[in-house]
Design a protein around this ligand. Structure first.
Ligand code: HEM
Length: 459
């Protein structure tokens, strides 16, 4: 005998769409998890979806023999631009396998280590900007981390300079992408008939996509016409063959994956860095501890790859930030068979989309204790991180469809944050600021402003 999965009352046709906040859907899902507990379900325009919120249930749906990623909801709409690119491909689409096998080594730890200097080139632009602007200037850290992450992924993976730091506004590509992602999310909860009459919104959506597509196509065409000696990711995509099928990537697939890297490679890392600054500013004793370690390890010189292993507290701060605020707050799987969850408690029909609530599961009291809502990097070091139960910490997804850019993001954030902490004293412009969220495909803090003052003798 199974237990029914709880669901808030639904209305005909729209189902539970009205239960979800349009601006920050995550807030509604979190509220529902507080109300209903470990599992609940919603009807979204006729589609039944299950949400799981605890480590035990997430651990179950992380079994790749029983469950598989399925691109649904807002992510399915992102396919309008990037089709079967790595992030948005359905498991059965062959282009995923080709791109995965070609690009896994290109995103491996060793390959990423070789990107250290191009990454530093971009990071130095951020440091110089904050230094030159001085302590009187109000900084939007989310904007500047977007610039860093966006320029770093484009320069390191395709040797293309976005030059975001040389413009007051964010690059048009980044603006078009943010609008496109918000609209993709909205489309997932809009009835088709309503969508069809929203002519202005639809035209803008098409224009944004066209803008991004033409830049990606231009980058590919330019490289084909003017090959360069550098063996970057674009070169791998253009010139390598899949060892399994002998096939190369089509030009369309290359452009789609370039856009995928630009989307997946900047939203998440920039959100992570903004969350990190927030938690460090709200916990000054943790900031002091971090600064002391950075100073001890670096002794005033620029951070090198070899230092990363010694920056154990910085690593703990990064892990704890991703626990408290995983920028990719949810992912989707489907069950491959009719099955049950919760050791036989809840019946799940084959093919039902299951949303993995990573954000909520990262606060599971059973794993993290009663202080799960507190920022405590100490819980992530001295062997405690390694001793966590399987799948308790999942900011990068899991298994075959886990994040391909993890090593890249890790190195980038280490480099940026070690350099910032070493050089600057940071402060909130409004010390009473408490975190509000902004949501596109990912979440990041909204409306946070800081000041950065160069330490004496650190120029
Ligand atoms: C997949 C998180 C940085 C590229 C994923 C997934 C998560 C994730 C949760 C799985 C999504 C799912 O199951 O639907 C993050 C976080 C990052 C980060 C938290 C930074 C802090 C990056 C970077 C890149 C990247 C820098 C650069 C290219 C990708 C791609 C996939 C992916 C291509 C799809 C992989 C596949 O399905 O084969 N990421 N990501 N990510 N990520 Fe990241």
């Amino acid at each position: 005998m199974t237990t029914p999965i709880p669901q808030p009352p639904a209305v005909p046709f729209l189902g539970n769409v009205g239960n979800i906040d349009r601006e920050v859907p995550l807030n509604s899902f979190l509220l529902l998890a507080k109300t209903y507990g470990e599992i609940f379900q919603l009807n979204m325009l006729g589609q039944q979806m299950v949400f799981v919120a605890t480590r035990d249930l997430v651990n179950e749906v992380s079994d790749e023999k029983r469950f598989q990623k399925r691109v649904t909801g807002g992510l399915a709409q992102v396919r309008n631009l990037v089709g079967d690119g790595l992030f948005t491909a359905q498991p059965e689409e062959p282009n995923w396998g080709i791109a995965h096998r070609l690009l896994m080594p290109a995103f491996g730890t060793l390959a990423v280590k070789n990107m250290m200097e191009p990454m530093r080139d971009i990071v130095s632009q951020l440091l110089l900007k904050w230094e030159r602007f001085g302590s009187e200037t109000t900084i939007d850290p989310s904007d500047d981390f977007t610039r860093v992450a966006f320029d770093a992924i484009s320069f390191c993976s395709m040797s293309y300079r976005m030059n975001s730091f040389y413009n007051a506004d964010l690059p048009p590509f980044a603006v078009a992408m943010a609008d496109f992602l918000i609209e993709s999310g909205n489309r997932a909860s809009r009835p088709r008939v309503v969508q069809a009459v929203m002519r202005g919104t639809n035209a803008k959506y098409e224009m944004d996509m066209e803008m991004m597509r033409s830049l990606a196509q231009k980058i590919v065409a330019t490289r084909k016409e003017h090959p360069i000696a550098k063996h970057d990711l674009l070169d791998t995509m253009l010139n390598s063959r899949d060892p399994q099928t002998g096939q190369g990537m089509t030009e369309e697939s290359i452009a789609q994956n370039l856009m995928t890297f630009l989307i997946a490679g900047h939203e998440t890392s920039s959100g992570m860095m903004t969350f990190m600054v927030y938690y460090l500013l709200k916990n000054p004793e943790k900031m002091r501890k971090l600064r002391a370690q950075v100073d001890e390890v670096l002794g005033g010189r620029p951070v090198q790859y070899e230092d990363f292993d010694k920056l154990t507290y910085l690593v703990a701060v990064m892990r704890e930030t991703l626990r408290m605020c995983p920028p990719a707050s949810m992912r989707s799987v489907v069950s491959l068979e009719d099955t049950t969850l919760g050791s036989g408690k809840y019946a799940i029909k084959r093919g039902t989309p299951i949303r993995v609530m990573v954000w909520e599961m990262h606060r599971d009291r059973k794993v993290w204790g009663d202080d799960a809502d507190e920022f405590k990097p100490e819980r992530m070091m001295d062997g405690k991180f390694e001793a966590l139960p399987p799948n308790a910490w999942q900011p990068f997804g899991y298994g075959l469809r886990g994040c391909i850019g993890r090593a890249f993001a890790w190195q980038e954030v280490l480099l940026v944050m070690a350099s910032i902490v070493q050089k600057f004293d940071l402060a909130l412009v409004d010390p009473s600021y408490t975190m509000q969220l902004k949501q596109t495909l990912t979440v990041k803090p909204k409306g946070m402003r800081i000041r950065a003052t160069l330490h004496q003798g650190r120029e």
